[in-house]
Ligand binder design. Structure first.
Ligand code: DON
Length: 305
C-alpha cells in the first residue's frame, strides 16, 4: 500500500499545475498549489501516507459531514430532514437560485452551503461557544486528534467575506427555515469550515464511516450504523456537488470535498481515504485529489457499484 500511494502521488503531481486555489476566501489563496497528499486508514487501524499527508488545511465543506452527523444525533433524522432535503441540486455549492426558485420550503441537501447552515443551526449548545466546542470535541473524538482547532486567520477571512452565505442564511430566515440569530448561526458555520485538519484526520473520519460508526483504532462506537449509512448515501449523491454523478460513475466512493483542497472518502467495510491538493476545478473540487481517488479506485477495485 505504501508503495502504491507513493507512486500515485508521483504520477499525479503534474495535475496540480491545472486549476487554481480558492481565492474567494482570501486566506485560502495562500495555499501552495503544488501540494498533494494522501492517507489511507484501513478498518484494522493501519495507516499509510504519502506526499503532503501531514500538511494542515481547513475542512471547509468537509465539515458539513460533521454538522449533519451532530444535527441528527442531537435532534433525530425526522426533524433534520424536515428542515433540509436529501436530493442533489445540479447547481453550484453556494447557489441561491436553487433555494429561492426550485425549493423554497427547505434547502435541497445538507452538503450545499444553505443546507449546511441549516444543519449547523440545529446543533446543540446554549451559546455559539458551546456549539463550536461540541463540534470541536466530536471532531477530536472521530479523528483521534486532540489538537483539532479552528484556524483563526481563515475564520476571520471567511467572516469578513462570507456575504453569499449571509444572503443564503437571511433568505432562509425570511422563510422561517432558520430559528435564532442569523449572525450567530453563521459564526458557528464559518468556524466549523475553518477547522484545521490533515489527510490522516479526514481518512480516520472516512474509516469510522466505513466501519459503520466504530473507530477502527479503539473499537469505540461513536454513531449508529443507520446514521453512518445516511451520511455515506448523501455523500455519494451530493458530496461532490454538481460533479457528484460523474464522480460516482468514474470513482464510485462516498466522498465529500472542501474548497481548502481536501476530499474525505469512505469505502464501506474497507477503508477511509483522505486526500489534499488545493488546486481546484471549476466546481470547487480538488483536481489532484480526484485523480488520486480515481487511481486508487481502479487499482484496488473500490467502487461500491
Ligand atoms: O461557505 C463556504 O463557501 C466555504 N466555507 C465552504 C465551501 C466549500 O468548501 C465548497 N466545497 N467544495
Amino acid at each position: 500500500m505504501q508503495n502504491l500511494l507513493k507512486g500515485i502521488i508521483e504520477s499525479n503531481k503534474i495535475y496540480t499545475k491545472e486549476g487554481t486555489v480558492a481565492s474567494y476566501i482570501p486566506e485560502l489563496g495562500k495555499a501552495n498549489k503544488e501540494d498533494l497528499g494522501v492517507c489511507v486508514v484501513t478498518l484494522d487501524g493501519k495507516e499509510f501516507m504519502a506526499g503532503d499527508a501531514e500538511k494542515n488545511f481547513t475542512m471547509q465543506s468537509m465539515s458539513k459531514v460533521i454538522a449533519l452527523i451532530l444535527a441528527i444525533l442531537d435532534n433525530g433524522k425526522k426533524l433534520v430532514f424536515s428542515k433540509v432535503g436529501m436530493e442533489p441540486t445540479g447547481d453550484s455549492f453556494n447557489s441561491i437560485t436553487s433555494l429561492e426558485v426550485k425549493h423554497p420550503e427547505r434547502p435541497f441537501n445538507p452538503m450545499i452551503n444553505a443546507g449546511a447552515i441549516a444543519t449547523t443551526a440545529l446543533i446543540s449548545g446554549e451559546t455559539d461557544e458551546e456549539k463550536i466546542e461540541n463540534i470541536l470535541s466530536f471532531t477530536r473524538k472521530i479523528t483521534g486528534n486532540k489538537f483539532i482547532a479552528v484556524n483563526e486567520e481563515v475564520y476571520r477571512s471567511e467572516k469578513a467575506t462570507g456575504n453569499r452565505n449571509r444572503a443564503l442564511a437571511y433568505f432562509m430566515k425570511s422563510n422561517g427555515l432558520l430559528e435564532g440569530d442569523v449572525e450567530s448561526i453563521l459564526d458557528v458555520y464559518f468556524k466549523q469550515c475553518s477547522i484545521e485538519c490533515n489527510c490522516r484526520d479526514i481518512a480516520r473520519i472516512g474509516a469510522m464511516l466505513a466501519n459503520d460508526g466504530v473507530l477502527p483504532w479503539s473499537g469505540e462506537k461513536v454513531i449508529s450504523r443507520e446514521v453512518s449509512r445516511i451520511v455515506k448515501t448523501i455523500m455519494v449523491t451530493c458530496g461532490m456537488y454538481d460533479a457528484s454523478g460523474e464522480f460516482a460513475v468514474g470513482i464510485g466512493i462516498p466522498a465529500k470535498s472542501g474548497v481548502g483542497g481536501g476530499i474525505l472518502a469512505s469505502v464501506p467495510r474497507r477503508m477511509g481515504i483522505g486526500v489534499y491538493g488545493p488546486s481546484l476545478d471549476n466546481k470547487g473540487n480538488s483536481i489532484g485529489g480526484i485523480k488520486i481517488l480515481k487511481e486508487l479506485s481502479d487499482e484496488l477495485d473500490l467502487s461500491i457499484f
